[in-house]
Design a protein around this ligand. Structure first.
Ligand code: DAH
Length: 344
């Protein structure tokens, strides 16, 4: 009898039902009216008084253990069923974390910042909602300049009907704020979002991003401008990238230039990115017009400076061969995932 009890105890303790049917079979096998425990009690009736004294207690403990185990298993199966009702299966592995990625525009902006930081430039920022003075007048835009036209600028009408407040159309406004609020030398880059009233297409958007640069000190020359930008291009697009400067016009610089680089896609051989010229324009630049320095309270006899401004989208397009500007603001994860880096 003891042997049987030991064997059943081991079996019961090891038992783990996969479902309610298995548990029911367990109940019938041990606790049923024709079950093994019932058999043991029948057998108990036949043993001598001496054994009765010993086994009475053992048998009762065994029965309690079997009933306890059954109740415990039933409870856990029932609560499992409840979780299933909720549509949860707690045995499934958990969801893994989706690793985010930096937006390509942020990656490129940070790269631009890093390159200029190594040259001693600091980062400055300004407001996206600007007044006419900082966005246009201080920068030498004549009153009738077409860039002030409603076509290009998002004006914000004030309660009194006046509209000298606008979403900045370029980061050049931050130059003005910096010069007004400090003393030369200035050596800063100014990244930020800008807005223009343009129809959205693959090549234009109503908002985009620029990085402005400003260097004002005694004896700053056009040679400094050229060398700084040449170095920047070598760092960003690789040694051997060619640059060329073409004369241009901006109200706030004199002389002004646009800088082209040898096409990063075809290396100058000609492709549709560079319209088969081998060159692509990446920024505007020039020597800060003395009028602008004076507008900002800086002695233009003593100080000179250079400035430049580039669109981050354009720089990014050339780096990653992206042909549709709209991808930058649509937040399609299939696009963004391609820029996954190990920086979280
Ligand atoms: N503000 C110009 C634009 O939005 C870019 C630019 C050109 C900025 C020449 C400059 C500069 O600082 O010197 O098109």
């Amino acid at each position: 009898m003891q042997e049987k009890i030991d064997q059943y105890t081991a079996d019961i303790l090891a038992f783990s039902p996969a479902n309610a049917d298995e548990l029911e079979a367990f109940r019938i096998k041990y606790l049923g009216t024709k079950g093994l425990i019932k058999d043991l009690f029948e057998e108990f009736k036949t043993v001598g008084p001496e054994e009765k004294r010993v086994f009475g207690k053992v048998l009762n403990q065994f029965k309690q253990m079997a009933e306890g185990k059954y109740a415990e298993l039933k409870e856990s199966l029932d609560s499992g069923a409840k979780t299933q009702d909720l549509g949860l299966d707690l045995t499934l592995p958990g969801d893994g974390f989706e690793v985010g990625s930096r937006h390509p525009l942020s990656l490129v902006r940070n790269e631009i910042i890093d390159i200029f930081k190594r040259l001693g430039f600091v980062v400055a920022e300004g407001p996206e909602i600007e007044d006419d003075w900082h966005n246009f007048s201080a920068l030498n835009f004549p009153q009738e300049h077409p860039a002030r036209d409603m076509q290009d600028t998002f004006f914000i009408r004030k309660g009194d009907g006046s509209d000298d407040i606008a979403l900045r159309t370029h980061t050049s406004s931050v130059q003005v704020r910096m010069m007004e609020n400090g003393k030369p030398p200035f050596r800063a880059i100014m990244p930020g979002r800008v807005y223009r009233n343009e129809a959205i297409s693959a090549r234009a958007h109503c908002f985009f991003h620029q990085v402005e640069g400003l260097y004002v000190d005694e004896n700053v020359s056009f040679a400094d401008l050229k060398q700084t930008l040449f170095h920047f291009v070598q760092e960003l697009y690789g040694e051997g990238t060619k640059v060329r400067f073409r004369p241009s016009y901006f109200p706030f610089t004199e002389p002004s230039a646009e800088m082209d680089i040898s096409c990063t896609i075809c290396k100058g051989d000609g492709c549709n990115m560079c319209k088969y010229t081998g060159w692509v324009e990446i920024l505007g630049c020039g020597m800060v017009d003395p009028n602008v320095l004076e507008n900002c309270g800086i002695d233009s006899k003593k100080y000179t400076g250079f400035a430049f401004g580039m669109g981050i989208e354009r720089i990014t397009n050339l780096k990653y061969v992206i042909r549709d500007l709209r991808l930058f603001s649509e937040n399609d994860v299939r696009f963004l995932k391609q820029f996954q880096t190990d920086i979280i």
